[in-house]
Design a protein around this ligand. Structure first.
Ligand code: SF4
Length: 267
């Protein structure tokens, strides 16, 4: 019988099947999803609020993240959640051509809901950017400068279209399978948009070297299973909510803030 300890001894064993990404795409194609009238705000214990979009419709995955992505397993993959993610893709598509007042109204509604509880919003708990979401992020950041927007992306060409704003923190996601061309794009963005654009790296085993220019390291984990090697052999930049015996998920990001607070990230 496989024990929990066996499951978390190495990260490789917690990796999901590569076909999960394809299966998710197949499931999405079978869904009937109506055009929504507004963006759906999701909630989770770690980041609080987030806006999610459908992974197969928006992501440019690396070879590795098609296997380890937390968005390919668990509750976020249940049909109801998937429908919400596709609805958001449709809504952002509509916002590409929305009038300025319509965009402002959407931003106002979301900001009012979020800021009642927290001062930051994770863009793309799962999924990634599209032209309408870039417009939305730009509007939201300008209207609500005290709301910190934490934008996680692997779409580096699109990220270049985000404005340089104090309250937009763009987390460029990389791993050991990111292509050399994309590494170069990420480094260029970090040079041009110093301090607001930063690199995050998913580490898949304890011996994997992490480049010195990376700000945040996520040790690969699946759901609550965290790699045992992180107890001792972790990089000092590792998110403690991915470390065995580290921070619990509950409210972890609100307490830590490193990914959306420039001072905490740089210190
Ligand atoms: S480093 Fe901090 S803010 Fe970033 S994901 Fe981990 S707990 Fe959240």
């Amino acid at each position: 019988m496989t024990t929990t300890t066996n499951l978390i001894t190495t990260t490789r064993r917690t990796t999901t099947s590569p076909s999960r990404f394809k299966r998710l795409a197949t499931r999405l194609r079978a869904l009937e999803v109506a055009q929504p009238e507004s963006i759906f705000l999701s909630e989770n214990s770690k980041t609080g609020f987030s806006i999610n979009t459908a992974i197969p419709l928006t992501c440019k995955p690396t070879a590795a993240c098609q296997k380890y992505c937390y968005g390919l397993v668990g509750r976020v993959c249940m049909t109801k959640a998937l429908i919400r993610q596709v609805e958001n893709v449709k809504r952002f598509k509509a916002l590409e051509r929305a009038t300025t007042p319509e965009l402002a109204e959407e931003a106002f509604v979301i900001a009012r809901l979020v800021t009642y509880h927290q001062n930051f919003l994770r863009m793309f708990g799962v999924g990634d950017m599209q032209p309408g979401s870039i417009r939305f992020i730009s509007t939201l950041s300008a209207m609500f400068p005290a709301l910190q927007l934490w934008v996680a992306t692997r779409r580096f060409d699109d990220a270049a279209h985000l404005p340089y704003q104090e309250n937009i923190h763009v987390m460029l996601g990389l791993d050991a399978t990111t292509t050399a061309a994309n590494v170069a794009k990420a480094k260029l963005l970090m040079r041009k948009r110093r301090s607001r654009f930063y690199a995050a790296w998913v580490q898949r085993d304890e011996f994997e070297p992490i480049p010195p220019w990376v700000s945040v390291v996520f040790a690969e984990h699946q759901m609550t299973h965290r790699a045992t090697w992180t107890r001792k052999n972790r990089d000092s930049r590792t998110c403690m909510a991915t470390v065995a015996g580290g921070t619990k998920h509950d409210n972890a990001c609100a307490k830590c803030q490193r990914c959306f607070n420039t001072e905490k990230r740089l210190n």
